[in-house]
Design a protein. Structure first.
Lengths: 157, 105
C-alpha cells in the first residue's frame, strides 16, 4: 500500500523519587490507585485494577458491580527492573482478544531513592483495522468533521 | 468517541482546527492553506509544525512543492492520543509513588 505510515512507538519517561523496588511495586500493585479513573472499559464505575504478578497473568479491571473486564496480560514479569504488558484495548476503548500491542516498562535506579521509569507502547500499526475505519470516514459526512465537533464539545466541558 | 476526541489536544486552537479541516478535504501546500485564512503563511507553517508533531498530518514533496496531508491511516490521531494519555498516567503514577514513599520496606 502506498503511503502506509508505520507509527513510531509512543515513548515516555518520568523520574520518581522512590527506590526501584518501590516504583515497580506501586506501578503494578497499586495501579488501581493511580490509574486515571476516566479511562476504563467496564460499564460500571471502576473499583480496582489488577496486574497478576507473574508471566501470563491477567491484567483486568473490576467494576463497582463486581464485573471483571480484561485489558490484556503480563508478557514479561521481571521484578524490579522490567515489565511488559499486552495492551488489548482497541481504538474504541474496548477489549479485543485479537489485538495485542505491547507496553514495556523499565525501572532504572538513577540515584538513591530515585528511579527512572521509561515506557514504550509499540506495535501501534496493529491498530490498523480500526484505523482503516477511521480513514474511511475522512471526508465523509459525519466523519472527521463530526469528530472535530465532538472534540470542540469535549474541550468546552 | 471519547478516545478519538482526546487525540485532538493539538486542535484546541481554532485556526489550527481550520487548517486540519482543510487538509481533511485534500492535500494542500502552505500557500494554498493560507489563502482565505486570516493568518500569515509563517503562522500557518507554525500550526502545521504542531500538527505534524502531534502525528496528525504528514508532509510530502511533490516536485518543488511541499504538500501536507492528514495521516492517511488515521493512526496519527490514535498515536497522539496514546502519547498524551501515557504522559498523564505516568504523572499520576509518580504522584502516587511519592505519596506512598518507601513504606513497606
Amino acid at each position: 500500500m502506498t503511503g502506509l505510515i508505520q507509527p513510531a512507538p509512543v515513548r515516555r519517561s518520568i523520574d520518581v523519587k522512590v527506590s526501584q523496588k518501590r516504583a515497580f511495586e506501586v506501578f503494578t500493585g497499586s495501579i488501581g490507585a493511580w490509574w486515571p479513573r476516566s479511562h476504563h472499559i467496564g460499564g460500571a464505575e471502576m473499583k480496582s485494577i489488577t496486574i497478576e504478578p507473574r508471566e501470563g497473568g491477567r491484567w483486568f479491571e473490576t467494576g463497582e458491580d463486581g464485573v471483571e473486564c480484561d485489558w490484556g496480560r503480563v508478557l514479561v514479569w521481571d521484578p524490579f527492573g522490567r515489565l511488559v504488558l499486552a495492551w488489548q484495548i482497541d481504538a474504541q476503548f474496548r477489549f479485543d482478544p485479537a489485538l495485542t500491542t505491547e507496553v514495556e516498562l523499565s525501572f532504572t535506579p538513577v540515584g538513591e531513592r530515585q528511579t527512572r521509569v521509561e515506557l514504550e507502547h509499540r506495535n501501534l500499526d496493529r491498530f490498523g483495522d480500526k484505523a482503516e475505519q477511521i480513514r474511511g470516514q475522512i471526508g465523509a459526512p459525519g466523519g472527521w468533521t463530526k469528530v472535530l465537533e465532538d472534540y470542540a464539545g469535549y474541550s468546552a466541558d | 468517541m471519547a478516545y478519538a476526541n482526546a487525540a485532538f489536544a493539538a486542535l484546541a486552537d481554532p485556526t489550527r482546527r481550520e487548517v486540519f479541516e482543510r487538509l481533511a478535504a485534500g492535500g494542500k501546500s502552505v500557500g494554498e492553506l493560507a489563502q482565505g485564512l486570516p493568518v500569515s503563511r509563517p503562522a500557518v507553517s507554525q500550526h502545521l509544525k504542531v500538527l505534524k508533531e502531534a502525528g496528525l498530518v504528514t508532509q510530502e514533496a511533490e516536485g518543488t512543492r511541499r504538500v501536507y496531508h492528514i495521516d492517511p491511516n488515521g493512526l496519527g490521531a490514535l498515536r497522539a492520543w496514546l502519547d498524551q494519555f501515557w504522559a498523564q498516567a505516568l504523572e499520576a503514577f509518580k504522584a502516587e509513588a511519592e505519596r506512598q514513599g518507601e513504606e513497606g520496606e
